[in-house]
Design a protein around this ligand. Sequence first.
Ligand code: PMV
Length: 323
Amino acid sequence: MIRRVRVRAYANIALIKYWGKLDEQKNLPATASISLALDSLVTETLVTKTKEKRDRIELDGKSADRTTAQRIRDYLELWRERKLLDGHVRISSANKFPTAAGLASSASGFAALATALSELSKTNIARSTLSRLARFGSGSAARSIVGGIAALPTGSDPAAKMIIEADQVDFGMVVAIAGDSAKKVSSREAMKLCKTSSPYFKAWIDQSKRDYKAMLAALKSSDFNTIGEIAEANALAMHGCILATRPSIVYWNETTLALIELARMIRSDGIAAYATIDAGPNVCFICKLTELGRVLKRVSNTPGVETAFIAKPAGGSEVIEWE
Ligand code: PMV
């Protein structure tokens, strides 16, 4: 019987964003999404079975804060309710990138945890079932199970599916950190507020359907400029919807705005680079693998950028060792 397992999962950045829920209990996305898993956004998690009467959760070397610990305990409970886990566990998870600053750390975090739990469970869990289980922790985690370019459709119990394998993807991202403090409003809270108060929520859902279709077609024909254009427009539409909530949520800072402008400037200089932004101030520049170095230089020289790094396509979650 496996007692202890170490796993690795990569976070992903969406080209078509998941934003809004159909059902909170089942964590059903209101929009279908498409993402790229990235090798420098990696989480390593060690899960050990314990005889203790409670779960212990350590993140980046410290006890998890109350809210995070509760969220993870609830998630473990779901595995116990489904008879996929018995007893309690000790979790020690480390992110190799700034946590909760809009860099999808919940994607790699829950993908890693689900992968470890499936290894500890005595049942053989199929990858698609694992993606569904990861979705209960965080919508974007469903896509990190699969890796590469992955799509998570809408539906009554969706799982992510592979669209393009990591080694077949010819573009990556330059990640610009425009502020690494934990975000003020969690995406869970913001999605709720958006649905109940943003006058643009319905328009966002409708636009997102068109973007998803168009992105699938652009990926199929490897039309990089169209992929970039749709991704940038989709991210800005999501933020338009977020900005219009009441009270308003502004995830951006002045560096974010400078970086959106930079993407335009880089393009006018003849390099195809497109900006995408999750629920935080950081900006990811999507560009061909051959252009990553040149884009990194431009991004690093932008005032306000704390740090910038290259992120290349990565695969799905994986078990590193067990005993
Ligand atoms: O997976 P969650 O619940 O943290 O939501 C992710 C939301 C975005 O990162 C903004 C978009 C996405 O599709 O990853």
